[in-house]
Design a protein around this ligand. Sequence first.
Ligand SMILES: C[S@@+](CC[C@H](N)C(=O)[O-])C[C@H]1O[C@@H](n2cnc3c(N)ncnc32)[C@H](O)[C@@H]1O
Length: 234
Amino acid sequence: MTTDATSVRGEQIAVPDYLADTYWWAYVHPHAVRVFERQWLVNLILWGNFARLRDMALDALGAQLDGRTLQVACVYGDLTRRLLGRLGPDAGLDVVDILPIQLRNLRSKLPADDRVKLIHGDSSRLAAPSGSYDRALLFFLLHEQPEDVRRATVSEALRVVRPGGSLVIVDYHRPRAINPLYLPMRAILGTLEPYALDLWRQPLEDWLPQDVSLAKLEKRTMFSGLYQMLEITV
Ligand SMILES: C[S@@+](CC[C@H](N)C(=O)[O-])C[C@H]1O[C@@H](n2cnc3c(N)ncnc32)[C@H](O)[C@@H]1O
C-alpha cells in the first residue's frame, strides 16, 4: 500500500476553503480523527443507517470487484476495508483524498495490501487518465462540497470511469414531509453542513454534466427519503 506525500502531479494541494471553514472540526483538525473515527458515532450521525448504506453501495459496485476501483474520498468506519474484502486477486483499489491526515488514518485502518493505493488528490481535478477505472464510488462527499466543486467532482468521477463501467453515489436527499427527522435534519444540516441542503432542493442529477450521455441511471431513496443512491452506468 502506498501513500503519496504530495500529489500524483507532484504539486502541493491546498486545503479548500469549504473544508477549512465549514468542516475543520470533522476532518482537518488534528483531533478530528481521534473524535470521529468511531463506527458507532458515524452510525449515530446516519441515524443507525451506516451499515445499510455502506452495504448498498458495496452491492451496487459488485460482489467481486475485478479490475480497477476508485473510492473518491476517505470515509470514517470500515467502508474501505470492506471494499478491499471484495477485491479480486489481481484487482486494484485507489482512494483519493485531499487531506493527508485522512489518508494516514485510512492507512492505519487497512491491512497491508499491495492492491490498495492511497492518493493525495482533489476530487474536482483527478490526476487519473480518462476511462482508467472500472468503477468509482462517491460516498457522502457531494453534500460537503459547494456547487462548483460538486459539479466538477461528479464530472471527474464520470470521466475516469471507462464506458460500460459504473459510478455509485450515496448521499443525502430531501426526506418526505412525514419523516419525523425532516425538521431536526434541516436544522442540523443548515447549521453544520450548509451545502447539504442543496441536495434537498435539487435532484442530484442536476449536477451531472450535460454533455455526457449515460447508458443507465437508477435512483433509489431510503429511510423515508433522507438518503439516496444513484447507480450510473457510463
Ligand atoms: C467522504 S466525505 C464524508 C464521509 C462521511 N461523512 C464519513 O463518515 O466520513 C469526507 C472526506 O472527503 C474528503 N474531501 C473533501 N473534499 C475533497 C476533495 N475536493 N477531494 C478529495 N477529498 C475530499 C475529506 O478530506 C474527508 O476525508
